[in-house]
Design a protein around this ligand. Sequence first.
Ligand code: C2E
Ligand code: MG
Ligand code: MG
Length: 566
Amino acid sequence: MSIPLRVLIVEDSKEDAELLLGELRRGGFEPVFERVETSEGMILALNKQTWDVVFSDYTMPRFSGADALVCLKERNLDVPFIFVSGTIGEEAAVRAMKAGAQDYIMKGSLNRLVPVVKKELHEMAVRRERKRVEERIHHLAYHDVLTDLPNRTLFYDRLQQAILIGHRERRPLALLLLDLDRFKEVNDTFGHHYGDLLLRQIGLRLRKCLRESDTVARVGGDEFAVMLPNTHLEGASLITRKILKVLETPFALNDATVEVGASIGIALYPDHGEEGDLLFQRADKAMYAAKQAGGGYRIYLPKHEQSNSCRRMLMGKLSRAIEQGELEVYYQPQWSLKTNRVIGVEALSRWLDPQLGWISPDRFISLAEQTGLIKPFTQWVLKTVCRQYDEWKKAGLNVPVSVNLSARNLLEKRLPDQVAALIRTGCVQPALLEFEITEKMMMGDPSLSMEVLTRLHAMGIPLVIDDFGMGYSSLSYLKKLPVQKIKIDKSFIVDLENKGDIVIVHSMINMGHSLGLEVVAEGVEDEFTKNLLEAFGCDVVQGYHISHPLPFGEMTRWLRDAPPEI
Ligand code: C2E
Ligand code: MG
Ligand code: MG
């Protein structure tokens, strides 16, 4: 079967064009072509349709090959451009390639023509696929996968921009933070799938209440943020009431109907703050006040600062918990799909407060980050991990341990020294430790973070990009960082069969490999996902399907009996 090919020929000789077409036909192509010999002709042809390949003579009476190439490049068209000429000399050929031509072929020997065309078509397809995936990854970096609303990063960018405009044009703006009141109940009663459906519907309803110029984003599990440019107190209150009203209507989720309430906090620019962080904090405080009052909305008031006793209490408790060793490190195994064996464990911290119950790491780590407790906390994690690793070593269980770092840790110049001191005690070797960082962490002070990372790397400690795909500039950054692995974020992997983006996951794996990195997938909850990842060439999996994170004692037993194959 012949392959259709749209060919633009820049050539003054009809006979030469025919020779070229004949060669293509013999090579299995079915060319649809147009021949042009002037600049105007070429421009018309390029505007008229898309072409798969452009062939051009080098010297022609009314046009030149070099100009034809410029004409294509000026239009930013990614179409292979091949010189076919009898006159092009070695030097001109080199110049032409430098200017962006893909290849050149001598008119006398057209036998290279077909292989060159095939190669160029293939390379163009690869380039286009890569571009498509990069665009998709870029989109995902700024949007929430579940609701497709902007995520916290994009929201924050837009807020900063709106503040700049507000400042210049002396216009106010309102920031709303919305937290659902009974979301956890929905998740616990009906399962995560229903929780996800609910979040999507909420996203849609919020969008509908707002104007095009407003931004609504999902900024946390069940937290949404809304930005209303050019809006005063009255306008903000009005829209907030409208939002609360549309959320009152029950939600139909498959066979169930659920009702959820919301608490909304409002902060206004410039009255409550002139910068994004402060507005966020104050809207958050107002939101807490609304929550404590049982729902509805609150506009920020200075008294909310004091009423924020809940956070303060939690901070006090965390500080004591770190001092008194009330925290615990759990471990989750990482399973190699290449060797079918455990190849490491990730340390995940747990906090059980006697009165409050389990407090999730996402919550207490962000609290620790905000209060400076993160330094003693990370020290505690590292020490615990080294001690327990030492026990495993003595029991003949040699597993590398992966430790999560937080953004603040990368701004601590002393961290590498502290890690070096731990290593000197002899309880752990650098190659058996591993640090997980996220791309977001590089944003605070990239050069300082890079310095800390480079020093850790120089000590022989492998570095992993955690939550890959949720970051900022995925690929460009990756090339600069001294990392060995990427860990694809669990939001792409969980429930891959139903809602996951299979094509993207496949591309991420390929991309990781093409950068020479090992690829780990987290959030592997079932056999189907594991098999699919294995078929895609993924190196390592981690998730409930292999094991939940377990306390030290249970992990020790698990490692002893680790089944040779899962
Ligand atoms: P992470 O490093 O991306 O860890 C993966 C999270 O996914 C863990 O949540 C883990 O329990 C959970 N997980 C594991 N397998 C599955 C699965 O199959 N399905 C699903 N849905 N989830 C799975 P966890 O333990 O709640 O930790 C949340 C985050 O808190 C971690 O995300 C990490 O960023 C942070 N964290 C935990 N411990 C520490 C720590 O000691 N230091 C620092 N700086 N951060 C930590
Ligand atoms: Mg991690
Ligand atoms: Mg992760």
